[in-house]
Design a protein around this ligand. Structure first.
Ligand code: GDP
Length: 197
C-alpha cells in the first residue's frame, strides 16, 4: 500500500465523541514504551504524527489518524505502565474495553510486542481477552533491529507457544523495526487486504 496522505483527525477521552463509524479502522496497542508511536510514524512516513517518548500512563487518549482518506489508524493508550495507579489502570481497562467491544468499524487490532523479551504476562492476558471477545488481532513484534534475527525469531516462537496454551491457532505475527522500516510492507499489505474484502 502506498501512503498518499496521513492526517491527525482527533484525540478523544470519550468513546461517545469518536468519529462516526463510516471508515474501516485499525487499532494499535501495546505496553507503554513498546515502540507504538515510532511504528505509527514509520508506517505513515510522517515524522511526529504520533508523539514518541511522552511520559507514559498520563492522559488516556484515543487518537484517530485518517490515512489516504480511506481508513483510520487508531492509536490507543498503552497498557502496563509500572508507575500508573490502580485507579488509572482500572480506568484504562474500562475505556479500552468499551472501545474494543463496541466500535463497529474496528477491523483488526495490532498488538505490539517487544521482540527482545520473553512472553510477558500482561501481553498474553491482553491477547486472551481479545480472543475471548472474538476481536481479530495481529501480533506486531517491535524493535527487531536491537538484536539478531535469530533472537527475535526465538522470542516470537516462544510467544506463539505460550498463546497455543490458550488458542487453537495463533494469529499472524510480523517482525518490525521502526528504525530500519523492516515489516512495513507486510503490515500495510495486511491492512490493504482486509480493506478490499
Ligand atoms: P510508545 O510508548 O510505545 O509509543 O514507544 P515509543 O515509540 O515512544 O518508543 C519508545 C522508545 O523505543 C523510544 O526511545 C524509541 O526511539 C525506541 N524505539 C521504538 N521503536 C524502535 C525500533 O524499532 N528500533 C529502535 N532501535 N528503537 C526503537
Amino acid at each position: 500500500m502506498i501512503i498518499k496522505s496521513a492526517e491527525f483527525t482527533v484525540s478523544n477521552t470519550q468513546i461517545s465523541k469518536l468519529p462516526p463509524c463510516v471508515l474501516p479502522e485499525y487499532a494499535f496497542i501495546g505496553r507503554s514504551n513498546v515502540g507504538k508511536s515510532s511504528l505509527i510514524n514509520m508506517l505513515t512516513e510522517v515524522k511526529g504524527l504520533a508523539k514518541t517518548s511522552q511520559k507514559p500512563g498520563k492522559t488516556q487518549l484515543i487518537n484517530h489518524f485518517l490515512i489516504n482518506n480511506e481508513w483510520y489508524l487508531v492509536d490507543l493508550p498503552g497498557y502496563g505502565y509500572a508507575q500508573s495507579s490502580k485507579t488509572n489502570r482500572v480506568q484504562w481497562a474500562k475505556f479500552i474495553k468499551n472501545y474494543l467491544e463496541k466500535r463497529e468499524s474496528l477491523q483488526c487490532v495490532f498488538v505490539l510486542i517487544d521482540s527482545r523479551l520473553p512472553p510477558q504476562k500482561i501481553d498474553v492476558e491482553f491477547c486472551c481477552n481479545l480472543g475471548e471477545k472474538g476481536i481479530p488481532f495481529i501480533l506486531v513484534f517491535t524493535k527487531s533491529d536491537k538484536q539478531g534475527v535469530v533472537k527475535s525469531q526465538q522470542n516470537m516462537a516462544t510467544f506463539k507457544k505460550e498463546l497455543l496454551k490458550y488458542f487453537e491457532d495463533v494469529p499472524e505475527m510480523i517482525l518490525t523495526s521502526a528504525e530500519t522500516k523492516f515489516g512495513r510492507e507486510k503490515v500495510l499489505g495486511l491492512i490493504a487486504e482486509i480493506n478490499t474484502h
